[in-house]
Design a protein around this ligand. Structure first.
Ligand code: GDP
Length: 185
């Protein structure tokens, strides 16, 4: 179970490891920036070196710390290492609604998650860059239907204008919390 222990996180009731996956350029780093720091950068710096960011939330009167891992551009140069997935209990799988290919690759990312993380990992599929819907390539209905078939949660987001970013991360974390706290009863 991806519940952390032995950290200096006094007062934290739960620590969940969440991984970001999806093709390069879909906006993973900016979604994370928006959720953790409420920032957005149009020209993303390469994220080499940054492993994860954290944000603590209150859920059900419990302190829940999310440790959210970014690929740090690994997907661009080489395969993502299995260590990246180890212990992850949830994933945010992003594609770019203006780039069909990034949606076509979602299945590949799902396979990778289910092999290297946990067969039952909870996944939030996000169609990012919804601010660019005038040049959309992936219809929202197609993505929603795919998510339903695969048992994924689904939202369209924009890291640029903040739309649904909080809902995507918090929605995923709430489901993780529900699953973990249910198991502990
Ligand atoms: P990553 O490779 O998946 O981590 O993608 P980045 O977060 O580095 O973003 C790639 C590019 O897309 C950058 O130029 C971002 O500024 C841009 N971008 C990210 N999210 C959005 C968004 O929601 N809307 C728009 N219009 N651009 C975005």
């Amino acid at each position: 179970m991806a519940q952390w222990q032995g950290d200096s996180d006094e007062g934290i009731d739960y620590m969940f490891k969440i991984v970001m996956v999806g093709d390069s350029g879909v906006g993973k780093s900016q979604l994370l920036n928006r959720f953790v720091k409420n920032e957005f950068h149009m020209k993303s710096k390469p994220t080499i070196g940054v492993e994860f960011l954290t944000r603590t939330l209150v859920m059900d009167h419990k302190l829940v710390k999310a440790q959210i891992w970014d690929t740090a551009g690994q997907e661009r140069y080489q395969a993502i290492t299995t260590a990246y997935y180890r212990g992850a209990i949830g994933a945010l799988l992003a594609y770019d609604i203006t780039k069909q290919q990034t949606f076509d690759h979602v299945e590949k990312w799902l396979d990778e998650l289910r092999i290297h993380a946990d067969r039952n990992i909870l996944v939030m599929l996000v169609g990012n860059k919804s601010d660019l819907s005038s040049i959309r390539a992936v219809p929202v209905e197609v993505a929603r239907e795919f998510a339903q078939q695969e048992g994924l949660f689904f939202l369209e987001t924009s890291a640029l204008d903040s739309s649904n970013v909080e809902s995507a991360f918090v929605g995923l974390l709430s489901q993780v919390y529900r699953t973990v706290s249910r198991k502990q009863i």
